[in-house]
Design a protein around this ligand. Sequence first.
Ligand code: MRU
Length: 345
Amino acid sequence: MRRTIEWKENKVIMIDQRKLPHNLEIITCKNHHEVADAIKKMAIRGAPAIGAAAAYGMALAAININSDNMSEFLQELEKASNELSLTRPTAVNLFWAIKEIWSIIEREKYSVSEIRANILLKAEQIAQQDIQTNYMIGNNGVELFDDGDNILTHCNAGSLATVFYGTALGVIRSVFKKKVNIKVFADETRPVLQGARLTAWELKSEKIPITLICDSVAGFLMFEKKINKVIVGADRIASNGDVANKIGTYSLSVLAKEHKIPFYVAAPISTIDFSIKRGNEIPIEERDKEEVTNIMGQSIAPIGIDVYNPAFDVTPNKNVSAIITEKGIIKPPFLTNLKKVNKNN
Ligand code: MRU
């Protein structure tokens, strides 16, 4: 595996995830418009990866602003920040990373050129921190898994969804490293197929036993007792522990509850949005109808059909067994226990 995104010679390079699993291609972004476009079109996707991309996008904007006048510089930077913020609404890491960048801009203390350098340093730090955080999430999650587990995951919360290593797949990687015998089932994850294209590719290349299933197979496998744990990532977690994640996650949580199977969420603290109380405050992105009516460029539905295509759903906290973070495993009651993590942050 290689890093999903990095800074190289004043450019941002990232894996073009639309081309996987068959082609490993790299995109080079020279300015923040190209980064915004890559996020919007899902060349890069996954909450923590989007956060890192936004931070690097800000660094590109900073080096490309052709003025050393502080007011002009900050005005242009704000435009870039707005453009990046408008790319995708659900993953809070995007807004978190942009806020982190603004937090180090102190116009009274530094010159424009110092601010440029500081933004790049901060972006590099956000990316580097993401890798460390994922290793910690992985290590923390190990204790929840046992030899012989059959684990279901949804979408891609892997190395590709982060800077490196992954959240839910990071835990699976860390469990697998313990040389225990586990088996992973990956939902294909209609309509963008992150499970079939990305999770299957990541785990297969590391020889972690993986079986790809259609989304609709999960319930039957649980009924047949062939799955005993579920682990997913998150795009935004409300203060009460409600979890927004890829569409289909809520259905899985209901199935898991019905079959008395633990349902785990792995996510960095930066995915928790302490400014909102409940999941119904999380904006849910709706994407193009063509994602549903076409598969690989081929139309599969009547022309002009009405389509509803939400990219995410919200899983209520009562369906979540635990949230695995870099600060440890958080168990219900989430309102109280997430508050404690926030205080210690
Ligand atoms: O639409 P995507 O592919 O950006 O959605 C990604 C997910 O839903 C992931 O599960 C989530 O971002 C967690 S990634 C560590």
